[in-house]
Ligand binder design. Structure first.
Ligand SMILES: [Mg+2]
Length: 348
């Protein structure tokens, strides 16, 4: 018989993150601990209104109701996932439950989670996110990342509420600071552009050697992606527009790839399915994150070898970080060689 405990921790960001929709300085995340009497599996939920639970408290309520009424933990992990979806609980809360169950299963098997899934260690280095800021601030941030040796791949947040002139100024300030470095540049507009602005920016960014553009248009405006997709100068990825595997077949007609997140899709079980569906539709894949600690990031890293691009950097911007887990090794978010996903709470 398994028992479940909850713990809530506030994760403060060292540098607040500004994107097209607003500014984030930290979040109260929910941790789920599932014990079989011998091992404890650990999961994490980062709340988000678009992920179905706007707070840790709401997420915990969803899970408690499910566990009380839904006979949730009997059967396989896939059974639990499917029952939780049917029960209608928030995807980010399902993600925490699913992550804790996989962690527990790997610990019971005395295996790292990536080996339990039959996977290898990830080999792709992570993007480091740069939020919307002034040209002066962004130059300071890039110098800071340079000192830390974290300039392999930058994901630059554009779609500024101040318009594409601000986007261009910020992007140019970054290019100027990087000079001739081999840093790969990716752009995420978080849905902050109109179709016209997106069209202009795609051409402008292609001339500046950007690799791809993510979520150029707002979630809900997928029909307009068709116009951008035809003759696109750069590969187009969607993030907010792609919640789970059901969204993929239609999106595949007008995007080149998807950015999936454990919090959006409902955890590892669904994430693996999304990779399969994406490949069947010839899409590129990326794994991203919300404001997650080293716990959820370690779960993401456990399936990291499945992805073309990796964007698992939120834990690097938490200070103080009450969690530990996957380590940054030569720019690659690498799971530790311990049973489970390797993420843990420092005081547990
Ligand atoms: Mg994104």
């Amino acid at each position: 018989m398994k028992s479940v405990k909850f713990k809530t921790l506030y994760l403060k960001k060292r540098f607040p993150l500004k994107i097209s929709r607003g500014i984030f300085s930290g979040s109260e995340n929910l941790f789920v601990l599932i014990s079989d009497g011998k091992n404890v599996g650990l999961g994490e939920m980062c709340p988000g209104a678009t992920e179905g639970a706007e707070s840790a408290k709401v997420g915990q309520k969803h899970l408690e109701d499910f566990l009380r009424e839904g006979d949730g933990l009997s059967g396989s992990i896939l059974d639990t996932y499917l029952k939780a979806v049917d029960f209608g609980i928030a995807p980010c809360a399902i993600a925490a439950l699913d992550m804790a169950l996989w962690d527990l299963r790997a610990k019971e098997a005395n295996m790292t989670l990536f080996r339990l899934f039959g996977l290898s260690l990830p080999k792709v280095s992570t993007s480091i996110t740069i939020g919307i800021m002034s040209p002066v601030e962004v130059q300071e941030r890039v110098r800071h990342l340079k000192e830390k040796g974290m300039l392999e791949n930058l994901k630059i947040k554009l779609g500024s509420p101040e318009g594409i002139d601000h986007d261009k100024e910020m992007f140019s300030a970054i290019s100027e600071t990087l000079q001739n470095s081999s840093t790969k540049l990716r752009v995420d507009a978080n849905g902050g552009w109109s179709v016209e602005d997106a069209h202009k920016m795609l051409i402008w960014l292609q001339e500046r050697n950007v690799e791809y553009v993510e979520q150029p248009l707002a979630w809900g405006e997928e029909e307009n992606l068709r116009f951008l997709f035809k003759g696109r100068p750069l590969p187009l990825f969607v993030d907010e527009s792609c919640r789970n595997s059901k969204d993929i077949p239609e999106l595949s007609e007008y995007v080149d790839g998807i950015n999936l997140k454990l919090m959006k899709c409902g955890g590892l079980t669904e994430a693996i399915r999304m990779v399969g569906v994406s490949r069947a539709h010839n899409l590129k894949t990326m794994v991203g994150c919300m404001g997650e600690s080293s716990v959820s990031i370690s779960a993401g890293a456990a399936i990291g070898s499945l992805f073309d691009y990796i964007d698992l950097d939120s834990h690097l911007n938490i200070d103080p970080n009450p969690t530990s887990g996957a380590l940054l090794v030569n720019g690659i978010v690498t799971p530790q060689d311990v049973p489970g996903h390797g993420g843990s709470l420092k005081d547990a």
